[in-house]
Design a protein around this ligand. Structure first.
Ligand SMILES: Cc1ncc(C[n+]2csc(CCOP(=O)(O)OP(=O)(O)O)c2C)c(N)n1
Ligand SMILES: [Mg+2]
Length: 363
């Protein structure tokens, strides 16, 4: 006899996704968002706008044949990068990304022209043109890398967090209070490295933020179809760790959660797992025709565009006018256009130097 109860296996992606993520977002409570002053509000808007406009330009360059390989854009998820990295200390705290890494690099302060050059494979790129889109790196800006394999950055971030605690407690370097943020996706929470690192981080009370960018999809696999408990932040509990879920389209909510986690980490109280509910506005990569996700779903999320939400908050509070924000957008467009000019006219790496920079002493 056939059971009337549908199993996960029988459901299609769209059946499972109808509503689930949206319902969670509507039920979020106790968010305690950050309260922006004018300067902070403008900085947050500027950073998110840079992320958005930079990525739009990447799409244009890719389709014009200037950029090669896989390119994964971040449109829609800007509030996560800006909310977390903007709450951290630049060139002091540490960051680990994924293949969706351009905007994390920009938020960490890597100049747009260095990121764009890297995407063009030029010598002036932040990884000297040897890395490309998925392997951005900057020693100066404490970006420990983008990684093409999912979950690969999490143990690297754990190592950085261990280093700061070791320097402080074993080597007695009192000023060693840096915090590390590891960014990764919902799909990545189903692999082993995630759990191993949560365990070690909590065991050793490491100063680390595990930032899950739950954008509902792992390429074409719907999140709720692939994981035992779709509420990722709850997985922290199994390790005795603090977990928080947050509206990942609201930069002030993300910033509030990040500030709380950073404070705990710097005080030696250990790690936090922050699950940001968010959405990517484009396909998985620029090679993805994005035909799997329903129009209704895309429409629901585009109405929650993090840039529009922040603009509404800032203007309603009379912290900044719409004209001022339009002027910021113009400046950013100029910066992005300049980055393209810079990248286009930069030199390619010399073929005889293909293996240069493999070893640290060649930096
Ligand atoms: C170890 C490993 N297995 C499989 C892949 C293939 N892969 C590339 S992206 C991806 C989905 C990851 O989804 P998620 O973690 O949600 O990140 P998102 O792309 O949504 O940002 C997979 C499985 C990979 N890159 N690395
Ligand atoms: Mg995902």
């Amino acid at each position: 006899m056939q059971s009337t109860k549908e199993t996960h296996l029988q459901k299609t992606n769209n059946q499972i996704m109808e509503g689930a993520h949206a319902e969670r977002l509507n039920k979020l409570s106790n968010q305690s968002p950050a309260k922006p002053d004018r300067a902070t509000g403008i900085n947050l808007f500027r950073d998110m706008t840079l992320g958005r406009r930079f990525e739009d330009k990447c799409a244009e360059m890719y389709y014009r044949g200037k950029m090669f390989g896989f390119v994964h854009l971040y449109n829609g998820q800007e509030a996560v990068s800006t909310g977390v990295i903007g709450a951290m200390k630049k060139k002091h705290d540490w960051f680990c990304s994924t293949y969706r890494d351009h905007v994390h690099a920009l938020s960490a302060g890597v100049p747009a022209k260095e990121v764009m050059s890297e995407l063009f494979g030029k010598e002036t790129g932040c990884s000297k043109g040897r890395g490309g889109s998925m392997h951005l790196f900057s020693k100066e800006h404490h970006l420990l890398g983008g990684y093409a394999f999912i979950g690969e950055g999490i143990p690297v971030a754990l190592g950085a967090a261990f280093t700061s605690r070791y320097k402080k407690e074993a080597l007695k370097e009192e000023n060693s209070d840096s915090v590390t943020a590891a960014f990764f996706g919902d799909g990545t929470c189903n692999i082993g490295q995630f759990y191993e690192c949560l365990n070690m981080a909590q065991l050793w009370k490491l100063p680390i933020l595990f930032v899950v960018e739950n954008n509902k999809w792992a390429i074409g696999m719907a999140h709720d179809r692939a994981t035992s408990d779709p509420e990722i932040w709850r997985k922290a509990e199994a390790f005795g760790m603090k977990g928080e879920e947050v509206d990942g389209m609201d930069v002030l909510a993300v910033r509030g959660a990040a500030q709380r986690a950073i404070e705990r980490a710097r005080a030696g109280e250990g790690p936090t797992l922050i699950e940001c509910l968010t959405y990517r506005f484009r396909g998985h990569s620029l090679a993805d025709p994005d035909e799997l996700r329903s129009a209704e779903e895309k429409d629901f999320w585009s109405k929650r565009d993090p840039l529009k939400l922040l603009e509404k908050t800032l203007t309603e509070k009379n912290l900044v006018s719409s004209q001022e924000l339009r002027a910021i957008e113009k400046e950013i467009d100029q910066e992005v256009n300049d980055s393209v000019e810079f990248a286009l006219s930069a030199d390619d790496p010399k073929s005889e130097e293909l293996t240069k920079y493999i070893w640290a002493e060649e930096e």
